[in-house]
Write a protein that binds this ligand. Structure first.
Ligand SMILES: [Zn+2]
Length: 704
């Protein structure tokens, strides 16, 4: 039910893999060769900021040489000498760029950001140099056309088809002028993506709210106030307090701050991000929408959304719109009913004002307490981070899939807070590494995500090296890190992606782990989210951090019931962003540049009845990183699409005896190990024996 950032694709579809390691000319750059540490763990202790750019440049050059060898091959094109050999190219590049992008996401600095700004257009051009290589495409096309009679198994046939489709989607069927035009647009897009993301980082820091007077912080707990004082001190405002913003429109502190003017200040700081001065993202967004439409037209699609969804489970924007727009009226209706309740409460307290967007969380938290008698603060002592991780998330992975995790301290990390675990399978063998980076830092992207340093592939003889990032507020030394239940589900969610990477059993890197369509990939992560409330798992991790006492049964019952609370709001804010994404990406290529981004946003929301000032989009256009800076353009709908699978998949577990080892192993073999080796529809059928039903989702969100 939660939505998190996921940086899996790094926006570069062809950064895949290469041949055997060469004898390196110089040993000075630790990124130029495969690490000799267990599982090729990255050598962070030897890495300098100046190593990345030359290693990635060399990796690109080497891959081009490898590709030339394929096109120069005098033998007729075959599956082995063309497709498999392509899968083996670019290994140095993948290794170096995975490390680089993980670092720029989790522990960046000005120097790395500058390298990134220089590299992004080059990587984009490199990608084009391969996908627009006519000689290579002719070989791929020949294998594609002969695939039925080449003695290939179904996965190999799919691999050939995926290669062919990727080339076609990247413009391989274009004439020379068309290819030139596409290259230019791709370069411009990469530059704009980087500028957008840079602006996000800068504005997030600049929009943090400084509080001069402690009295204004009334309602926040002592711990949160102490953390705000620390944050202020770190930014050179000693003696004041600093409220940092998280990347969504909603800011969790609004639930407890009693000072209405401070709430308003925080809310407005959040919703006006990237709409003024040097970090104004609106001109960037307008051009991005236009140039994507122009790319789509070149590639034979009416708009960018049609181009994107042609390669997804949804197939067309109409199918995605049918799902989202179909849910919007009931979500809006439920949000209105929730708003009426909040207003009644405010009136009852003689607040003397209309409930505004910045009041929503404040009153809804009180309604939650009154109607559900559940105080988030009462839950927190039972949700201590380490217990949630070890006794919850990792425990559940053993319960379902037989995995155990053993922490090791001998491998280098890029920040002292990063933890490393061996992933140990049922038979006792280690099958890969897992890195956890859990605390918020200034130099880290917001939100939570899963990524990898190395993807599993038997062809490449590689085992998975997977990472998970969150942004929990680091407690003062000696204090426990107490989570909200929302934080807990985030941890389970991202770990669901991590499991998809860890349990991959694929030959070809193109099909490894999370390399599935975007509207399928959230399915395993959302299934894992459901484990947070599985009775056996919950009982194992939800213990009081001081006394060790289990969370009282009545508190659990209340917490579960409260899960159905505020769903009108949550669904509406999500749908608003998902529909904004589709509206931006259904603009035709000949539409003029959108001059007024705010007006466009208002009109789009009005069209679906989601223009409720009380329920702003989860991300407004100007700071919607998923679609302008990440790989989620015309893809944000995918969370709801996957949730249909998730809700029905959870129903399957319940109908078949619950979250036990037998069902877990069935899920592992039919879905988690399969990566992208089959279509999403097929994977789902293999798992449940049926197509997904919509009813479980409607029930869950109260939309029926
Ligand atoms: Zn996710």
């Amino acid at each position: 039910m939660r939505f998190h950032v996921r940086y899996l694709l790094l926006a570069l579809p062809f950064l895949a893999c290469g041949t055997n390691e060469p004898a390196p000319a110089k040993m000075t750059n630790p990124l130029a060769i495969a690490s000799t540490l267990p599982f090729q763990a990255p050598v962070f202790d030897k890495l300098k900021d100046s190593d990345h750019e030359p290693a990635i440049e060399a990796g690109m050059a080497k891959q081009l040489t490898e590709v030339e060898a394929i096109t120069a091959n005098a033998q007729p094109p075959s599956f082995e000498n063309t497709i498999v050999t392509m899968e083996l190219t670019g290994r140095d590049l993948t290794r170096a760029s995975n490390i680089f992008f993980n670092l720029t996401g989790s522990a960046t600095n000005d120097s790395l950001q500058a390298v990134k700004a220089r590299l992004m257009p080059k990587l984009s051009a490199h990608n084009d140099a391969i996908t627009l290589n006519a000689a290579l495409f002719q070989r791929v096309k020949a294998v594609y056309e002969g695939r039925a009679n080449a003695g290939l198994d179904p996965v190999q046939i799919r691999l050939v088809e995926r290669y062919y489709t990727r080339f076609v989607r990247a413009g391989a069927l274009l004439d020379d002028a068309g290819k030139e035009q596409l290259k230019k647009l791709n370069e411009e897009e990469a530059n704009l993506n980087t500028r957008f993301q840079d602006n996000i980082l800068k504005a997030r820091s600049a929009a943090a709210v400084i509080v001069e007077n402690k009295a204004e912080l009334a309602g926040l707990g002592e711990e949160a106030i102490a953390a705000a004082a620390e944050a202020a001190k770190a930014k050179g405002h000693e003696g004041k307090w600093l409220i940092e913003l998280i990347n969504t429109t909603g800011q969790p502190v609004l639930a407890s701050i009693t000072d209405r003017s401070l709430r308003e200040r925080i809310h407005k700081a959040s919703t006006s991000r990237n709409t003024s001065g040097e970090t104004d993202n609106r001109p960037i967004v307008a051009r991005l929408a236009q140039l994507r439409a122009q790319k789509a037209r070149l590639l034979g699609f009416p708009n960018w959304a049609s181009y994107v969804m042609d390669d997804q489970m949804a197939k067309t924007p109409e199918a995605a719109l049918k799902l989202l727009a179909g849910l919007a009226p009931n979500a809006a209706r439920n949000a209105m009913a929730e708003a009426a309740k909040l207003q009644a409460l405010a009136d009852q307290q003689k607040a003397g004002h209309r409930v505004e967007a910045w009041d929503w969380d404040f009153y809804s938290e009180q309604v939650r307490k009154a109607e559900y008698d559940l105080d988030e603060a009462a839950l927190k002592p039972y949700l201590e981070f380490d217990s949630v991780l070890v006794n919850g998330v990792l425990f559940a992975a053993e319960k379902l899939y037989g995995l155990t995790f053993k922490e090791r301290k001998d491998l280098p990390v890029y920040h002292p807070d990063v933890r490393v675990f061996d992933i140990i399978d049922t038979g006792g063998t280690a099958i890969g590494l897992f890195y956890g980076d859990y605390f918020a830092r200034d130099n880290k992207n917001g939100g939570a995500w899963m990524s990898s340093f190395l993807d599993q592939s038997t062809l490449l003889e590689q085992q998975p090296v997977i990472t998970q990032n969150c942004n929990y507020v680091k407690p003062a030394p000696g204090q426990p890190c107490l989570l909200s239940f929302d934080d807990v589900t985030t941890l389970f969610h991202e770990f669901g992606h991590a499991l998809h990477g860890m349990l991959s059993r694929q030959t070809y890197p193109l099909f490894s782990g999370t390399n599935t369509s975007t509207d399928f990939v959230e399915f395993p992560s959302q299934i894992n989210e459901a484990l947070a409330t599985d009775p056996a798992v919950l009982a194992n991790y939800a213990k009081h951090h001081k006394t060790g006492e289990p969370m009282p049964a009545e508190l659990i019952a209340k917490m579960k019931r409260a899960n159905t609370f505020n769903q009108g709001y949550a669904t509406s804010e999500y749908l608003a962003s998902a529909l904004l994404d589709i509206e931006w990406h259904m603009l035709p290529a000949d539409a003029p540049l959108v001059a007024d981004v705010d007006a466009f946003e208002r009109a789009a929301l009005k069209k679906y009845g989601l223009d409720n000032a009380l329920v702003p989009p989860r991300y407004r256009t100007s700071y919607f990183s998923h679609i302008w800076g990440g790989g989620y353009a015309a893809n944000y709908y995918a969370y709801m699409w996957s949730e249909v699978l998730d809700a029905d998949g959870c129903a399957w577990f319940q109908e078949n005896g619950g979250f036990n080892r037998t069902n877990g192993m069935h899920f592992r073999s039919t879905v988690l190990s399969q990566g992208g080796s089959k279509e999403g529809q097929q994977l789902y059928r293999d798992f449940t024996g049926r197509a997904a039903r919509l009813e479980p989702l409607l029930m869950r969100r109260g939309l029926n």
